[in-house]
Design a protein around this ligand. Structure first.
Ligand code: SAH
Ligand code: SF4
Ligand code: F3S
Length: 444
């Protein structure tokens, strides 16, 4: 049996595409090899969101080059966003790469494998199929990703995603529901709906009978067996009142929204083309909190965007304090070729200033998250059990409705929701013990 080795970089969309690659390769008769040295096919699913993502990946490519030199029959395949961005140069710069395919072409991997010996593959076209429609080999038994759209129609000045993932396209609701029903029948209890701008869902579908994003959340929540529904990543501009209402009214829709702010400065937000300013973002946070007071909010923030002054950065720090995020991903701006900012705005914040700012931001984010997460101490929270804790073998681990990792003592079956009495917290995790009393899901 031929064997493959797959390495995944980047976001949840890529992690999900990799599950589909595994499913596809399995259906083609490939087994999985424990390391690259034993593989007949070496696959990379790549990311190119920041320069550091490129570097991480090209470092790994060096090993593939060495293996190809030792065993010329090995096939090296590079998929994902970096491959899409480098389509003009990948075979020239990395002649040992046999196959390259973009994120819209996961389903063509098999066909490419068959043709690979005959010619290099140069075509990068989205042929209309969603990777979500391919068979998947799920990483987690009780949790599943469900692709609901691909691409992004936004024009955030720093972001390469629209260039590599293309225009927004929504998957028909019937296909999504089939997917969720199949997963539920297979033991899945939590689904995360995926899209680059997930809450813009449906706008490209025929107007008659098209579901709204909020409608989709409700329909998915009704699938028997599904206990939790999450989604990522939404754009703040597309969080409508009906989405907030779904968080308030539908117990399965989790009490957590990832709400990427990117900056707290209206001036920078404008230059980034985020289409909202600080005031409108805070207004949205206010409406969400009014409807669901206990909701967890997390975010993405960038420091060092072109032209960012000390005052702009101070606005970002104050936004973190004012919103009181439960967590945040923080990034140093990295110019990407082909983006508006990368090509037309000087990367003028000095590296030393960027690193000072990111350090200061991380400190405030940690302090705020620590305070927020501590509010659960003393409460009994429903936890979806995932398995043994990675950090402590005596404990089990799972996630709260608010998407916080909970390490706890007590008997618990993976895939069930158990009440855990919380007695400890850090800036990212909770600790506790299984409580005797059952609590209804979403009650905390
Ligand atoms: N579609 C998602 C994810 C985009 S990429 C969304 O819109 O939220 C994830 C995060 O990476 C972004 O939210 C942004 O904070 C960050 N990011 C994107 N491009 C970047 C760049 N050029 N430099 C630094 N961070 C970047
Ligand atoms: Fe990138 Fe903006 Fe689209 Fe997110 S919404 S993927 S940051 S262009
Ligand atoms: Fe990276 Fe592509 Fe995701 S660039 S962040 S893997 S959409």
């Amino acid at each position: 049996m031929p064997r493959y080795h797959l390495t995944t970089f980047g976001c949840q969309m890529n992690a999900h595409d990799s599950e589909r690659m595994r499913g596809l390769l399995g259906s083609l008769g490939y087994g999985e090899a424990p390391d690259r040295d034993e593989a007949d096919l070496i696959v990379f699913n790549t990311c190119t969101i920041r320069g550091s993502a490129d570097e991480r990946f090209t470092g790994n490519l060096g090993e593939a080059r060495r293996i190809k030199r030792e065993r010329p029959d090995v096939v090296v395949a590079v998929g994902g966003c970096w491959a899409q961005a480098q389509k003009e140069s990948v075979f020239r710069d990395y002649p040992f790469v046999d196959i390259a395919f973009g994120p819209g072409e996961v389903n063509r991997l098999g066909e490419m494998l068959a043709r690979e010996r005959l010619q290099g593959i140069g075509a990068f076209t989205f042929d209309g199929r969603f990777s979500g429609d391919l068979p998947a080999l799920r990483e987690r038994p009780h949790q599943a990703w469900v692709q609901i759209s691909v691409g992004c129609n936004c024009a955030c000045a720093y972001c390469i995603v629209p260039a590599v993932r293309g225009r927004e396209r929504s998957r028909p609701a019937a296909a999504i529901l089939d997917d969720v029903r199949r997963q539920a029948a297979d033991g899945v209890v939590e689904v995360t709906l995926l899209g680059q701008n997930v809450n813009a869902y449906g706008r490209d579908l025929p107007a008659a009978g098209r579901p709204s994003f909020a409608g989709l959340l409700r329909t998915v929540a009704e699938v028997p067996g599904i206990k939790r529904v999450r989604y990522t990543s939404p754009h703040p501009k597309d969080i409508r009142a009906d989405v907030i209402a779904a968080h308030r009214d539908v117990p399965e829709v989790c009490e957590h929204i990832h709400l990427p702010a990117q900056s707290g400065s209206s001036r920078v937000l404008k230059a980034m083309r985020r289409t909202y300013d600080r005031g409108r973002y805070l207004d949205l946070v206010g409406r969400i909190r009014e409807a669901v007071p206990g909701i967890a909010l997390t975010t993405d923030l960038i420091v060092g965007f072109p032209g960012e002054t000390d005052a702009d950065f101070a606005d970002t720090l104050s936004l973190v304090r004012e919103v009181g995020y439960d967590g945040a991903y923080t990034f140093v701006y990295s110019p990407r070729p082909g983006t508006e900012a990368g090509d037309h705005m000087p990367d003028d914040v000095p590296a030393a200033v960027k690193s000072d700012r990111i350090a200061a931001l991380i400190e405030v984010v940690h302090a705020t998250a620590r305070q927020r997460i501590a509010r659960h101490v003393g409460a009994v929270v429903p936890v979806l059990v995932e398995g043994p804790s990675r950090t402590d073998s005596r404990r089990m681990a799972g996630r709260s409705d608010h998407n916080v990792t909970v390490n706890f003592l007590g008997p618990a079956e993976p895939g069930t929701v158990v009440p855990v009495r919380i007695d400890a917290s850090t800036s990212t995790t909770l600790g506790g013990t299984v409580a005797e009393v059952a609590v209804p899901l979403g009650a905390v």
